[in-house]
Structure formats: C-alpha cells, structure tokens
Design a binder for this molecule. Structure first.
Ligand SMILES: Nc1ncnc2c1ncn2[C@@H]1O[C@H](COP(=O)(O)OP(=O)(O)OP(=O)(O)O)[C@@H](O)[C@H]1O
Length: 303
C-alpha cells in the first residue's frame, strides 16, 4: 500500500518559490489502482519522484508498504517497480529480451535467472514473439509493454507509472489497461494520466491535484455523483468565466458544457450525466476561482 502523509515540496528558482506540493494526503490500498490527475505543473511527477525516493519532501512523509521514503529509502526501493516512459529507457540496438536480461542482471539476478524471468515477463506483457526483435523496431505500444515488463523484474508490490499510455493508439492503450488491471489484483498501482477516459476505465480511486493541493479524491463513481448532471448550452457572449467549459464554436454562438447547478444565460440543448472529465474541469475551475477570489491565484481568464 501507499500512504502519503502531509507532503510539501517547494522548488526555488532564481529566488522565486514554486510550491509543487502543498500538504498532500491520500492512501492507496493493496489491490487498488489509483489515478493521479491534474493540470500540467500540478505536482504529479514531483509526487511520483518523492515516492520513488528520487526527491525528498520538505515536510511530511510517504509510506510504501509501511516503509518511509525519507527514512527507509532502501526498503522502499526494494518494493517499488517504476515504469518510466522515456525513449532513453532501453538500448536501441539490443532486442527486447537482451534489454530485459541486462536490466535484470543489474538488479542482481544471475544470468540464468535473468533469462528465465525476462522470458516470463515478455510472455506476460504479450511480447514473447517479439523478444528477438531490436528495440528500435518496437512500436510505441510495444515499447510501453517492455517498460512495464522492466518495472516488474523484481516482482514489486507497488507499481508507479507516470503517464504510461502517452502516445499509444486507442487499441494498444486499451490492451495495456487490461494488462495493468490483471496485475493490480495482487499489487498497489499509482498512475498519473491526462486521459480521463483511461482513468475512469481503470482507476478504483482518483486523486485530483490542483496547484500542488488535493482538491478531491474518491472512486470515479462517487466523484461523478458529486457533480451530477451537466448541461449543454448555446451562449452568445464569450464570457471569460466559462472558458474552461467551452466544447464547441460556431459563427454566432459558443457551446458550453457546465454543471447542472450553474446559472448560465443561453439556450439549453440537453442534459447528460457527468463524466470524470466533467468532474476534473468543474472542480479545478471551482478551486481556481476560489483562489483567484482570495487573491492567491496567478492564472488569468482568457477566451
Ligand atoms: N526540479 C525542479 N526545479 C524547479 N521547479 C520544478 C522542478 N520540478 C518541478 N518543478 C515545478 O514544480 C511544479 C510541479 O511540477 P510537476 O512536474 O510535478 O507537475 P506535473 O503535474 O507532473 O506536470 P505535467 O503534467 O506537465 O507533467 C511545476 O511548476 C514545475 O515547473
């Protein structure tokens, strides 16, 4: 399991302070997949780095299977599988199998163990037939599967994934999600994503970060119930306050999709149940407008 307990992180850039994480609390239980979502710069990667023991929090702590990331980093690392989405994660000229054998050897497995573990993992992620093909010939979907296999070498109990399906086509992405779903039954998974359809499909719980703060957490269904119904409205005026809700334009009107309880002048077209994307848009908008009202915000409205 993962327990994040009051984590703060501030970066100093040219005497300016960037508050990347501000008193973040949440738990992910064993057998659960947690989707960590937020705008660009909301603090997701910083949190993943703290859990991976690559960055130290300024205040607070996080536990990975009961071990503290600040005081027991070595124990934490033994329990973690980190799926990196980077072009530099593998050697281009080596095959998928050779790459995995290399990384398994680095993790301390003997050559024989490394070979059999690598083949087992290639089978698990559906790359067995491609194991002797050089990595440079892998598609994005195959490269992601290999990255997942690499994260699983030590059979970790907790898996961290930063935007694992970035750049994948819808079919490969769906296939990948089913793979993660199967794995998650015996593990704890924390993944970041900008793809709300994916998070809605996969996550048991969702944590929404906004400017370093948790503004909502819970199962997707509960979060959607909080927003309830959305309404589609044709509006004539380009009201800057509705910027985030605009879903379409035409010559003489804007189409906005707003929470059912928001009063907006215009012609209502229809009502629909809220999706996770609606939850994200509505709650981050609410949090930002509260911050702006109290003078703490810096993001400006503009249509
Ligand atoms: N090493 C660093 N030095 C200075 N500022 C940093 C550093 N790492 C992150 N930040 C800043 O901290 C904030 C949070 O960044 P972070 O990368 O965690 O966001 P994110 O939610 O992962 O964004 P994205 O979705 O774009 O990946 C941003 O304002 C970012 O510019």
């Amino acid at each position: 399991m993962i327990k994040v307990e009051g984590v703060h992180k501030v970066f100093k850039v040219k005497r300016k302070e960037i508050r990347a994480l501000n008193d973040v609390y949440f738990d992910v239980n064993k057998g659960e997949i947690c989707g960590l979502v937020g705008h660009n710069g909301a603090g997701k990667t910083t949190l993943i780095k703290i859990l991976s023991t690559l960055t130290v929090p300024d205040l607070g702590d996080a536990l990975v299977d009961g071990f503290s990331v600040t005081r027991e980093a070595k124990q934490v690392r033994k329990r973690l599988g980190i799926m990196m989405v980077s072009d530099r994660a593998f050697y281009y000229r080596l095959t998928g199998l050779e790459n995995l054998i290399f990384f398994a050897s680095v993790q301390g497995l003997s050559l024989n163990e490394a070979r059999s573990r690598s083949k087992e993992l290639l089978e698990l992620v559906g790359l067995y037939e491609w194991m002797n093909v050089p990595y440079m010939k892998y598609s994005t979907g195959m490269a992601r599967k290999l990255a997942l296999a690499r994260a699983l070498i030590t059979d970790p109990s907790v898996i961290l994934m930063d935007e694992p399906t970035l750049g994948m086509d819808p079919i490969s992405s769906r296939e990948f999600r089913r793979l993660v779903e199967g794995l998650a039954r015996s593990k704890t998974v924390l993944m970041t994503s900008h793809n709300m359809i994916e998070v809605e499909d996969l996550a048991d719980t969702v944590v929404i970060l906004n400017r370093g703060k948790v503004i909502a957490k819970g199962p997707p269904g509960e979060l959607k119930e909080r927003i309830g119904t959305m309404k589609l409205i044709k509006v004539k005026e380009a009201d800057p306050k509705l910027r985030k809700f605009v879903v379409g334009f035409s010559d003489n009107y804007f189409l906005v999709r707003v929470p059912g309880n928001l009063n907006v002048d215009g012609e209502e077209i229809r009502r629909e149940p809220a999706t996770l994307e609606d939850v994200f848009v509505s709650l981050t908008e609410e949090a930002d407008s509260t911050t702006n009202r109290t003078g703490g915000g810096h993001r400006r409205w503009a249509l």
